[in-house]
Design a protein around this ligand. Structure first.
Ligand SMILES: *Cc1c(COP(=O)(O)O)cnc(C)c1O
Length: 512
């Protein structure tokens, strides 16, 4: 177990630097022409500000206005010019955006631009009256009601709020779990989002990291073993609905079954569902088991800027109303109740979410989901045909494939990479045409990357049957030969085990 005690606050603070690495400075002004003309490119390391003093381009410095009034107009022109150029940069980056899970179809939000004249703040509880007049809590509650319906919980039984993103939603969900079960151990899979490990540290909770299958989903055999080792303490379990890298769905039903099997009664566990990405995908599919409040879960979180495509980070947290009194405090001078992680809260994002949900409706979202799934399958099919190791989980929009050995290529397509893998998250802005351009570039460049050097082996990352590296291309998985424990077989086997009594420790991963 990862013990939480023994942290001095100094350690926690020192670790903060690791929690918040400085992002790539994305305003290096490179356009598409620079990318295509790679011979003229000079490797640029100044965009990585980590630790070192950085070089700020002149345009982006904050400059004191001169006293001379005559410059004011000129100055305004100058600022507008920089922002306009930056827009061009953003437009170019948005059209070649494949790896990070954001939907960049955002132009419909221009209709809300007049709202920028107002400083709107939703501080405090969304359901409680506030003296602060400039808030959008009516929109917020409208959006929350919509999510409550989506996730199967009655209006008077839920509580929730619009957060600053999936991370804050996770912070709130796990906080509730900890307050309901103060002595609980946090169980989360090794492929869960990095916020979960940050939460364990910042809340100083004891935690157990659960192994994953090649699909990326939680290995419930490992969960069972670790639950049995800690039977004397309650369990707070994070279930990921769509893992960040492989888009895997942890099996909620199997997690509940495992808890029951290990003798945990309903009041000895709390389940938080992290549905940051797939929370918008899974509810619109008929074929998959639902995550809903009809099952014994305590909270759900989702990001609003990912699949839904809000132009600023935002998220939703929904929980059962009975839990919220555990953390609610009356704060006289905001004339509201403090039930949220953040104090001041974005008053614009609820209106943006409300707007897009009304614009699309369930039907529009369902169409987005179907198109993304089709396009993801198309990409996976094309990669497979081109002889590139790749994987696509069922009901997922995340295509995993071999990591390109060319940093410039990775940066151009804004791919996310991990070990030998890269991924494309097929969001609503990703068209077949964009995928075609990407595939053309990839297959063309691949000829120059590989020759003397071999493509990487991905057997350990995505399973032997999805790997077509020189070692695994032919022997067992091709030509009708019997696959060595394919991914699907792996899963069925686990599910069977859920129905039948659980045997002693079994190997659910691949054997070579
Ligand atoms: C992106 C993500 C988060 C965090 O969401 P933010 O909105 O970026 O804070 C949490 N969980 C998963 C699975 C994610 O993919």
């Amino acid at each position: 177990m990862n013990k939480a005690d023994g942290y001095t606050s100094g350690v926690v603070l020192n670790n903060m630097a690791a929690f918040f690495p400085v992002n790539k400075f994305s305003t290096n002004g490179r356009g598409p022409s620079d990318y295509d003309n790679q011979a003229t490119m000079i490797p640029d390391h100044t965009d990585d500000m980590g630790g070192k003093s950085h070089q700020l381009e002149e345009d982006f410095a904050v400059v004191e206005p001169k006293d001379d009034e005559s410059c004011a107009v000129e100055r305004l022109h100058h600022l507008t010019k920089i922002v306009t150029e930056f827009q061009d940069h953003l437009r170019e980056r948005a059209t070649n955006h494949l790896g990070y899970p954001g939907n960049h179809n955002c132009s419909h939000y221009l209709a809300l631009s007049t709202l920028l004249q107002f400083n709107i703040n939703n501080a405090g509880d969304p359901f409680k009256k506030s003296d602060h007049g400039l808030h959008s809590k009516k929109f917020e509650v409208g959006v929350l009601d919509w999510f409550a319906r989506l996730w199967g919980i009655d209006k008077d039984e839920y509580w929730g709020y619009i957060t600053n993103g999936g991370t804050e939603s996770n912070f709130h969900g796990i906080l509730l779990g900890r307050e309901v079960l103060p002595n609980g151990i946090l169980y989360t899979s090794e492929e869960s989002h990095y916020s979960l490990f940050k939460i364990a540290k910042m809340y100083r909770m004891d935690s157990e990291t659960i192994a994953t299958l090649a699909t990326g989903e939680m290995d419930c055999n490992d969960l069972r073993d670790k639950l049995l080792m800690n039977k004397d303490r309650p369990a707070i379990i994070n279930v990921t609905i769509g893992t960040t890298f492989k888009g895997a769905l942890d099996d909620l039903d199997l997690v509940v079954h495992t808890l029951t099997h290990c003798g945990f009664s309903d009041n000895q566990f709390y389940i938080h569902c992290d549905a940051a990405i797939s929370g918008f995908v899974v509810p619109f599919l008929k074929q998959v088991p639902k995550f809903t409040f009809k099952k014994p879960i305590g909270s759900v979180s989702i990001s609003g800027h990912k699949f839904l495509g809000c132009p600023m980070p935002c998220g939703v947290l929904i929980t059962r109303r009975i839990y919220i009194n555990l953390i609610s405090r009356n704060i006289e001078y905001i004339a509201s109740f403090d039930t949220t992680i953040a104090g001041s809260r974005n008053g614009h994002s609820p209106i943006f979410m409300w707007y897009v949900l009304n614009l699309k409706g369930r039907k529009g979202l369902e169409q987005d989901v179907q198109r993304c799934l089709r396009n993801a399958q198309y990409l996976r099919h094309r990669l497979k045909k081109a002889g590139i190791s790749s994987m696509l989980n069922e009901m997922s929009i995340t295509v995993v494939f071999e990591r390109p050995p060319d940093d410039e290529f990775v940066r151009h397509w804004q791919l996310q990479c991990l070990r030998n893998m890269a991924h494309v998250v097929v969001m609503p802005h990703v068209t077949v045409e964009l995928l075609e351009r990407f595939l053309y570039d990839l297959t063309r460049k691949r000829n120059t990357w590989y020759g003397k050097v071999q493509p990487p082996c991905l057997a350990e990352d995505i399973g032997i049957c999805n790997c077509v590296c020189p070692v695994h291309a032919y022997p067992t998985c091709k030509g009708g030969a019997k696959p060595r424990r394919a991914l699907a077989a792996d899963r069925t086997w686990l599910q069977l085990e859920a129905i039948m009594p659980i045997k002693p420790k079994v190997q659910t991963y691949f054997v070579y």
